[in-house]
Design a protein around this ligand. Structure first.
Ligand code: DC
Length: 232
């Protein structure tokens, strides 16, 4: 358990590459247990949108750190989704584009950006519990989390899932291009020098390539029951 003001906060970390089903799983877990949800990718994406909107040069480290420290981002849970507000404006759909994901991945490779966002992410650990979704939740942000999950799936399957999601939202997408973008983002996220995407030794690794969202949810519910004695 993570100690906070003398109280143990149960935390489940869920890490893995893009399009692997972390978001769906985390929203369901948080809802099921009535816990808080940290979508750390949405914080990096909100920063990317802020940098994009204000035309900050990617070589201007000082200004990027400044924007990171004063990032005005708010989350509000809504049914099966999370609404994200940047400077008071609803930006949930804008954040999901591949262009913003790509920029988020570039910013996320900067050590100063990660440092500036560390405490903000840790502050999400509040009673009665937290489900944390990202790339370094189990390795860096909550290294003492009692239950760590690492999801993986083939790049083809992740591309197909993302393609279906974007199509359902009415976006015009090209599967081959999407696969290239996902592979490039994965490789940057896994090869960066700070907090690279990688499963910790104590993480439960689940290959979701041939599993439905329901099956993954059931597996993690069972692990949660064993770890926390939670009713499922
Ligand atoms: O999970 P996502 O696709 O919304 O994340 C967007 C980018 O942010 C991803 O390519 C890598 C980065 N990221 C990160 O480096 N660390 C996290 N904990 C979450 C996201």
């Amino acid at each position: 358990m993570v100690q906070r003001s003398g109280t143990a906060i149960p935390i489940i970390t869920v890490d893995g590459p893009s399009g692997v089903g972390k978001g769906t799983l985390c929203i369901r877990l948080a809802k099921h247990f009535g816990w808080h949800l940290l979508d750390s990718g949405a914080i990096y994406r909100a920063l990317a949108l802020c940098i994009d909107n204000t035309h900050v040069d990617l070589n201007n480290n000082n200004e990027i750190v400044n924007k990171t420290m004063y990032l005005d981002v708010l989350f509000e849970s809504k049914d099966e989704e999370m609404d994200v507000y940047l400077e008071g404006k609803l930006v949930s759909s804008e954040l999901r584009s591949e262009r913003i994901g790509e920029l988020a991945s570039k910013l996320a490779a900067m050590p100063e950006v990660r440092d500036a966002l560390l405490q903000r992410q840790r502050d999400f650990a509040q009673s009665p519990g937290l489900v944390a979704d990202g790339r370094d939740m189990g390795s860096v942000v909550f290294p003492h989390a009692p239950l760590k999950i690492f999801l993986n799936a083939s790049v083809e399957e992740r591309g197909r899932r993302r393609y279906k999601q974007l199509k359902a939202k009415g976006c015009n997408v090209n599967l081959a291009q999407l696969l290239r973008e996902i592979a490039a983002r994965d490789s940057r996220d896994a090869q960066r020098s700070v907090a690279p995407l990688k499963a910790t030794e104590d993480a439960h690794q689940i290959d979701t390539t041939h599993l439905s969202a329901d099956e993954v949810f059931e597996i993690v519910l069972k692990l949660s029951e064993q770890k926390f004695g939670l009713a499922i």
